[in-house]
Structures are given as structure tokens and as C-alpha cells.
Write a protein of this length. Sequence first.
Length: 318
Amino acid sequence: MSGSGQQENSERDSGARGWFGRLRQGLSKTRGGFLAQVKGLVAGRIDEDTLEELEEVLYMADMGPSLVESLLGKLKAGEGAGSDPQTRVQEIMRSCLENPESPPAFAPREPAADEPRIIFLVGVNGVGKTTTAGKLASRYSAENLKVMLAAGDTFRAAAGEQLTAWAERSGCEIIRHKEGADSSAVVYDAVQAAKARGADVLLVDTAGRLHTKHNLMEELKKLRRVTGRLVDTAPHEVLLVLDATSGQNVLSQVREFGPALGVTGLVLTKLDGTAKGGVALGATYESGIPIRYVGVGEAAEDLIDFDADAFIEAIFGG
Ligand SMILES: Nc1nc2c(ncn2[C@@H]2O[C@H](COP(=O)(O)OP(=O)(O)O)[C@@H](O)[C@H]2O)c(=O)[nH]1
Ligand SMILES: [Mg+2]
């Protein structure tokens, strides 16, 4: 599985079709939106007025209070004062991401050699869980890994159909029950099947809406327990999927789901649809949970490994 998320450098630079080209394209609204303002502001000298305006722009960009305060604090303290202002802001942003406000509470785990890697996709309705599960299935299949999908969202019939379409596209097996079935039964069957058939990866799609939010959380916790009973190191990764176009809600979803569900990584989707892609940075800074992937479109190849340097370069770069 070593190759799972590793993007080759050669792929990076293959023009608009390389992953960096798609990332840049996906972030074009952000680059043209608030970051154009940031660049304009820091083009000259950074003085009191600039700092005030910068604070406003960063807040408007949904970067979240923690990251904004930390950035401004470092600027005020004169960090990187020797470099040109834009480089300073970029460098400070990079160092904030390397040193988040809090350390991550949960780390991904490694499966034993003969066990499947089990990855949960969680998050509220419509953020892109099913799509991300499908994109990951095609990516892993392309690496010649044996992939299975579990249709854990039994609440909506469409979710199962959507996941089936992805399974067909990537040629992997899907475990799916009828609409309204108990999702822990689906997950139980899927984990058993993945073990029995020697799958390398099992991707578990889950529901984002139940009758109440409390029910949703309890159900997701139950899925974790069921899985852990069958494979004690599992789930190996819990990915919280977040819709970058939903602004400040991103930060509140991270606060709510992160600790309750043992989230090990964030996926920021729909960056192609927002000028406020900076929310991704605020979410990871505040929670300490690393961003694993970003989504910049609906196609299978529009899921890109997160790399802080590349991300910052793609939003600031000329
Ligand atoms: N533009 C864009 N659309 C996306 C992205 N990820 C998901 N979507 C779309 O968002 C909608 C909801 O996605 P879905 O996977 O069904 O969300 P779920 O309810 O969390 O499972 C679908 O129309 C997806 O095609 C992305 O990165 N970019
Ligand atoms: Mg879904």
C-alpha cells in the first residue's frame, strides 16, 4: 500500500493534467478571490493599517479565528521581517500548518499483514463522502490493490446506487443491503467479506443524516465498534469529509465529529467551487487533524493528496 497516496513528482509537472495543474485549476477561485486581496495588501510594506485590513480579509475568508490570530501575531512580532511581504505571509502560513494549535488526537493505524486496511468516510449530508469513497476506490484499484466498498448509508436508496456506479467504474466489489437495512449489518458483512477474500482495502461509506444528529453519532460509533470487534486494529483511518463551500460550518463540523469519532484525517471537497479555500487551512490548524485529500472536481482523478507546500503555492503562486 505504500503507493496509496504518493504522487510522483513526474506527475506533478505534467502540465494542466498533472495533479498540481488540477490543484491550481481547482483553487483558481480562491486565488482570484480573497488571496488576490491578501496579495494586494501585502504587496508593499506591512504597517498598522495593512495589518488591520489583513485581519478583516482573513476573517472574511473563513480561515477561522485561531489561524488568523496566530498569523497576525507572528507578523506583528516581526517574524521573517527580512523577506518581501508576500513571502513572509506565505512562510508564516506554512509554519502555522506545520505547528498546529493542538496536536492531532488520533493517529491512523496500520493493519496487520493479512488484514484489510479499513477506512471510514464520515461527515454530514452532501459533503462528498460517497464521491470520495468512489474516487479512493478507483485510485487504489489503479494501484492493483484489491478494493471493496461497503454501502453503509442505508438511509438513502440513492447512496447505494451512487456507490454501486463507482464500484462498477473501478471494477471493485461492493457490499450492499436493502434501503433501510441496519448499517452495522452491512459493515459486519463487508468486514467479514474483506477478510475472507483477502481484500487490501475496505472503504466504508456512511450516512450523513439520520432522524437526529444524536442518532447519527451513535450509529457511527456503533459501526466503529462492530468493525473493531472483527479486526482489532480497525478502523485504520477515519476520514472526515468536509464541503469547503460551507464556510464556517466546516470548523464546527471538525469540532463536533473530530473527537467524538476518532477522526484521523480531513478531506476538503469542492474547493473548485469556492473562493474561500482558506477554510481548509483553518480547519487543520485549529484541530491539528491533518488534511489527507482535497477534492477539486467530480471526476475520479480530482482527488488530490494534500501537500501544504503545494497548496500554498497553488493559492499564492503567480
Ligand atoms: N465540484 C465538486 N463536486 C463534488 C466534489 N466532491 C463531491 N462533489 C459533488 O457533491 C455532491 C454530493 O456528493 P456525495 O458524495 O453524494 O455526498 P455525500 O452525501 O456526503 O455522500 C455530488 O453531486 C458530488 O458529485 C468536488 O470535489 N468538487
Ligand atoms: Mg453519500
